[in-house]
Design a protein around this ligand. Sequence first.
Ligand SMILES: [Zn+2]
Length: 60
Amino acid sequence: MTDDSPGRVQSAHDLVISYGDAEFHAACRCGRPLLTIRPNESFDLFGPVWEAHVMSLVDQ
Ligand SMILES: [Zn+2]
């Protein structure tokens, strides 16, 4: 199941959200856990955390 656009540098890194224990778990496709939120919290929280993860890899 790949839908990566050609030319996307971060194709190995994508935001993956799963649901468990009444919480939403965000992880990167590379396997790194990023953030857990409650259902009453905003999914908007995921974006900046994932971006920070990707940016930290670019710097290396
Ligand atoms: Zn990643």
